[in-house]
Write a protein that binds this ligand. Structure first.
Ligand code: AMP
Ligand code: MG
Length: 412
């Protein structure tokens, strides 16, 4: 089988997955999901013209001479309905969110007034018609479409859904994901330390990458390098929508994943991708189910998850944005590269006046998980690149820890 490029392999994966059907969830459970319905406003919001300030609602024409003195005829709090109409020379004390009384056409904030005895107030500023009024329906009009299908449910979207009183919403179903590690040398997290063994990091790193997408995966454990045992585990894994198997996908004599998967009737669509790390990465499907054979090396399996698994899972969940955000960064040092494979280099990012600066986390061995732990992103070197010199610009995929930064990062 030929070696696909990363983008060709991504295309094969994405052509094999469809967005899942909808299910109903409570609003409290909807964060991070993707809306599977159109949502319309079921009221005008605000329901009438309301005050944007604590102050006085008045007739702007009464402020021809400043200061002006007005008579206070009513107190209107948020939730009250005004009872009186303002005549010339009158005003009503009003709180933020309270409806304007008939006759009023502006609000002045309390800071621009002085209270006087006998229910009177001195107005120290003239204001225009409409000042500090929030108009009926300026947030949303009854019947208006406020959210479209495919919207990712962020906290702001949750606020809109609550405004239109959606205690339940239709969202796309999430895939059920199973994770399996393979290898005689692997030691489970709950097993006693045996210094001859290799701790199973992949189950947990892949678990966390899946959780970061809002999916709680099932860990199937560790299958030994034995065709029968592997077949049993793989069969269990194929009960899920997505199966991630790490290790055993190379061409070593004990790499049984390939023959065992094929014997189970999985149609394999690729076995190799021209990338570094992550060269031995496989993908197949069995009906609607998909299976990824990820490299055993921990960094490679995490990189392959980011390039292939995450976009597939996000597509299934209904997301329109399925790829990691990228930024352009300036390399702080030379980088060697032999043309032929797309290379993903773990880098740390620093924000400089001109933009981001990217610095390698150090040695890039595909087993060096600590350098993955330190990385802010993956700098992507195209397959045809002959290496880059310090100062060159490079595209960096941002990793999960980059949403927050040390300082506020803006000038005021
Ligand atoms: P393999 O793909 O099975 O040839 O494994 C490649 C390398 O990754 C070997 O050094 C394995 O010991 C290591 N490896 C495989 N699976 C895991 C795992 N689940 N956690 C940590 N290292 C692993
Ligand atoms: Mg192995």
């Amino acid at each position: 089988m030929e070696h696909l490029s990363v983008s060709e392999a991504q295309r094969v994966v994405l052509e094999s997955v469809a967005t899942f059907s909808a299910e109903q969830v409570k609003l409290e459970q909807a964060l991070g999901r993707v809306l599977a319905e159109e949502v319309r406003a079921n009221r005008d919001q605000p329901p009438y013209d309301i005050s944007a300030m604590d102050g006085y609602s008045l007739r702007s024409a009464d402020l021809g001479t400043i200061p002006a003195t007005l008579e206070i005829i009513e107190d209107i709090k948020a939730g009250d309905l005004p009872g009186k109409t303002l005549a010339s020379g009158q005003c009503a004390r009003i709180m933020t969110g309270a409806p304007l009384p008939p006759g009023a056409d502006a609000v002045i904030r309390v800071e621009d007034t002085n209270a006087l005895p006998d229910n009177r107030v001195q107005i120290n500023q003239s204001v225009k018609r409409g000042n500090d009024i929030r108009r009926l329906g300026e947030n949303m009009r009854n019947g208006e479409v406020v959210l479209t299908p495919g919207t990712e449910i962020t906290p702001g979207v949750i606020g809109v859904l609550a405004t239109v009183k959606r205690a339940q919403v239709q969202v796309h179903r999430r895939p059920r994901v199973a994770i399996l590690s393979t290898g005689d040398e692997l030691e489970g997290l709950d097993e006693p330390i045996d210094l001859n063994k290799i701790p199973d990091a992949n189950s947990y790193a892949l678990m966390a990458q899946t959780q970061a997408l809002g999916i709680e995966p099932v860990l199937l454990g560790i299958a030994r390098d034995d065709p029968d045992e592997l077949a049993r585990y793989l069969q269990r894994g194929l009960e899920y929508d997505v199966l991630l198997v790490s290790g055993g996908t190379s061409v070593g004599v004990h790499d049984y994943v390939r023959p065992t998967i094929e014997a189970l009737g999985v149609q394999m669509l690729f076995w190799r991708v021209a990338m570094k790390p992550g060269h031995p990465v496989a993908f197949g499907k069995a009906g609607e189910k998909i299976i990824f054979g990820l490299p055993g090396n921990p960094v490679s399996s995490m990189v392959c998850f980011g390039e292939f698994v995450a976009p597939a899972l996000r597509r299934m969940m209904g997301h329109a944005r399925i790829h990691r955000r990228t930024v352009e960064a300036r390399l702080t040092h030379n980088v060697k590269h032999q043309p032929g494979r797309t290379e993903f280099i773990r880098v740390m990012l620093a924000q400089e006046d001109e933009g981001y600066a990217a610095t390698s986390t150090g040695a890039q061995g595909s087993g060096m998980l600590l350098s993955m732990a330190r990385a802010d992103g993956l700098a992507v070197l195209p397959a045809d690149c002959n290496g880059l010199t310090a100062g060159s610009m490079v595209t960096v995929q941002l990793l999960d820890g980059t949403v927050f930064q040390d300082d506020a990062g803006f000038r005021e």
